[in-house]
Design a protein around this ligand. Structure first.
Ligand code: SAM
Ligand code: SF4
Length: 385
């Protein structure tokens, strides 16, 4: 099955130009520069430009859609849909520290990837701000020629402490995760009474000139879906770029059920009933969000609907986990061991060639909601969202 936003297995999309979010004809259509250095082109002709780098699998939050280890999370899943497999908490096993890539190793991988046409780097996790001296890494990455976009996704709890240093180090953009503006719901969803800190971080990011400041909100039925309008209004009045995200089956307890997903269509209907919205079009073909501006007020709202409206056909993303595994898709069931190569003395050229081979395994699309869907063995905090 294939649609405009996904590729059918075995097909090769053919586009003539190589540009942001592009898809290249196999072996042809590449600019001379990319031909010379070699690009990361998968077997469906998608050119990869975006590398998500997870700095750690550890986190200071326990979001119930990611690491549902709190009593509140267990109660939620045991409630209406009764989908908590057993009463024993499923605790995340952290990767031993010796297996976590050093900043020097990450910098080397980013340099190699940039040489292969990667342009956007997003630092994520786990919680990236838990890495000591993260601003050092940001500063090193921001100086690499060819990095056109250096961003970070954070839960925001520690952001105020690091904001100035990150800005000075060259971080361009920041996305905060904030699923609720109600202190109790926030606590229930994240396991932490930290709404005040996150709001403080958001305000400071705007003050320091991060642009745009994005807010990600995962919407879960009967948990925070009553706040769709409130969150949108917050973005409208504060001039934020809000992204509503469909709940994906990436929680460590494997408690996800499709009944818990509030679809992008439903979110849009709710927003349109309340606000006058003007469509903004995709930022580029590989963008994940459909976006709208508010006719009155500032800010914008976007919807990321990977479950109900997959956008795999133009996916240009590659992921590096904190323990040095390359993942070609959020939902990959196989990972490719880059750490072993980094630590076995492989040259940059050897690693570049290896990466070009690895991306050939990039999946055509995910299979959420289909009978053959297999959830990845690691949760979102380990994969790097
Ligand atoms: N800790 C940071 C944070 O929360 O922003 C960065 C890592 S987190 C895994 C990255 C993003 O993934 C967050 O915006 C989070 O809301 C999202 N996320 C995590 N689990 C998810 C799930 N099961 N479905 C949809 N989005 C999810
Ligand atoms: Fe931590 Fe981010 Fe996962 Fe929440 S979504 S538990 S903040 S990694």
């Amino acid at each position: 099955m294939s649609c405009g936003r996904c590729v059918a297995p075995g097909s090769v999309l053919i586009f003539s130009a190589v540009m942001e979010g592009e898809v290249a004809e196999k072996g042809a259509g590449l600019t001379p520069a990319l031909m010379g250095r070699g690009a990361l082109v998968d077997s469906y002709g998608r050119v990869l430009r975006d590398l998500r780098v997870s700095l750690t699998d550890r986190c200071n939050f326990r979001c119930l859609y990611c690491l549902p280890e709190t009593e509140a999370a267990r109660n939620f899943y045991r409630g209406r849909w009764a989908n908590m497999p057993n009463s024993t908490p499923i605790l995340q096993q952290w990767v031993p520290r010796s297996q976590i890539l050093s900043f020097e190793e990450i910098e080397r991988v980013v340099r190699i990837a940039i040489g292969l046409g990667i342009r956007k780097i997003r630092l994520t996790g786990g919680e990236p701000l838990l890495r000591q001296n993260v601003e050092w890494l940001v500063s090193r990455l921001s100086q690499i020629e060819g990095v056109t976009d250096l961003a970070m996704t954070t839960n925001g709890f520690l952001f105020s402490k690091k904001a100035q240093a990150l800005r000075e180090a060259g971080l361009g953009r920041v996305s905060f995760s904030m699923d609720s503006l109600d202190r109790e719901t926030f606590k229930k969803m994240t396991g932490r009474d930290g709404l005040g800190e996150v709001l403080g971080g958001l305000a400071l990011a705007q003050e320091l000139g991060f642009e745009p400041v994005k807010v990600n909100a995962v919407v879960i039925r009967d948990l925070n879906d009553h706040e769709i309008e409130v969150l949108a209004d917050f973005a409208r009045t504060r001039g934020l770029s809000l992204r509503f995200i469909e709940f994906m089956p990436l929680d460590s307890a494997r408690a996800w059920l499709k009944e818990m997903v509030v679809t992008g269509r439903e979110i849009l209907e709710r927003l349109q009933a309340r606000f006058s919205l003007r469509p903004l079009g995709l930022a580029n073909p590989s963008a994940t969000a459909k976006r709208w501006a508010f006719s009155e007020g500032r800010g914008e709202v976007g919807i990321i609907a990977p479950v109900s409206e997959p956008f795999c056909g133009h996916c240009n993303r590659l992921r590096l986990t904190a323990d040095g595994k390359i993942r070609t898709c959020l939902f990959s069931v196989a990972e490719h061991d880059l750490r072993a190569r980094l630590r076995d003395g492989a040259s940059d050229e050897t690693i570049a060639e290896w990466l070009q081979g690895v991306v050939k395994h990039k999946e055509a699309r995910h299979h959420i909601g289909e009978p053959d869907f297999v959830a990845p063995s690691r949760s979102m905090s380990c994969i790097g969202g």
